[in-house]
Design a protein around this ligand. Structure first.
Ligand SMILES: CC(C)(COP(=O)(O)OP(=O)(O)OC[C@H]1O[C@@H](n2cnc3c(N)ncnc32)[C@H](O)[C@@H]1OP(=O)(O)O)[C@@H](O)C(=O)NCCC(=O)NCCS
Length: 239
């Protein structure tokens, strides 16, 4: 069966799941500890239904929760992806993640989630992506924070007969932590700042008073910081 790869990060490939992933999926969804935020493990029928929902989402929406595969071994060790969810009555695009417990604490969830965030902004042209997280799920909230997300609200979800307070996190494309700006916008801003910096550096400081000189020095320093941040965003210097 041919599989559809969706995106790659440094250590991971995210691809569409197939029916053959059911055993790897069961290892995750039928593990009590992994499923603590969902009020317990899933049954065989619930796991099958979960997989079918993702296959339906791929067809219907063009995305869903994808298999997270470790490049090094080719094994599926989790799921991460995008889906439409309800956040206190609003339909939002959510990044979700669930990993097999054997692979926790290695930064894989954060890496996969960041890849999905970029995919949402770049490939799907989304303006905002969310994560809706149970208020007891510290690990998941830390991943949302890692993605540059901010808390936007709270609401109570009713699932499996339990009232579960949830926190609504999101990040917008053009804010810190989002994708930010297009490469051409960055280049344009870089050019303008660089030319201003050159002009400032050419000024004759001897002719300036003490306070004007301090102001000029501060401006030069600020321009250098801005240039370095743009270069970081452009990938010219390591983040
Ligand atoms: C949430 C989950 C995917 C995190 O997976 P992970 O691989 O351990 O996450 P990462 O290694 O990428 O961790 C990134 C950061 O999250 C935080 N984090 C991870 N596990 C944590 C924990 N148990 N407690 C507190 N913070 C934690 C840390 O800040 C960590 O960075 P650090 O290791 O540099 O300190 C995993 O715990 C899981 O699958 N849980 C069950 C499913 C679930 O709850 N999904 C989210 C539903 S909203």
């Amino acid at each position: 069966m041919s599989v559809k790869n969706v995106l790659e990060t440094e250590r991971l490939t995210l691809r569409e799941m197939t029916i053959e992933d059911l055993p790897a999926l069961s290892d995750i969804l039928q593990d009590e500890q992994t499923m603590y935020a969902y009020e317990g493990a899933m049954s065989d029928a619930e796991t099958q239904e979960w997989l079918e929902r993702q296959l339906w989402r791929y067809k219907e929406d063009g995305f869903g929760l994808w298999a997270v595969v470790l490049k090094e071994t080719g094994k599926m060790m989790g799921q991460c992806g995008l889906s439409w969810q309800n956040a206190d009555g609003k339909r939002v695009l959510e990044i979700g993640y669930l990993l097999n417990r054997a692979y926790w604490h290695k930064g894989y969830a954060a890496e996969a989630a960041e890849g999905c965030k970029l995919y949402a902004f770049e490939a799907l042209n989304a303006d905002e992506v969310y994560s809706i997280i149970r208020d007891t799920n510290t690990a998941s909230m830390n991943i949302a924070i890692r993605m540059g997300m901010t808390i936007r609200g709270r609401f109570v979800k009713h699932y499996r007969g339990v009232d579960m307070p949830h926190v609504i996190f999101s990040v917008r494309k053009n804010e810190r932590g989002g994708v930010g700006f297009s490469q051409s916008e960055l280049s344009e801003a870089h050019r303008a700042l660089l030319s201003t910096l050159h002009k400032c550096e050419k000024m004759d400081v001897e002719k300036l008073g003490k306070s004007q000189r301090t102001l000029l020095e501060r401006r030069i320093a600020a321009l250098k910081v801005s240039l370095a941040l743009i270069e970081k965003e452009q990938g010219r210097i390591p983040k």
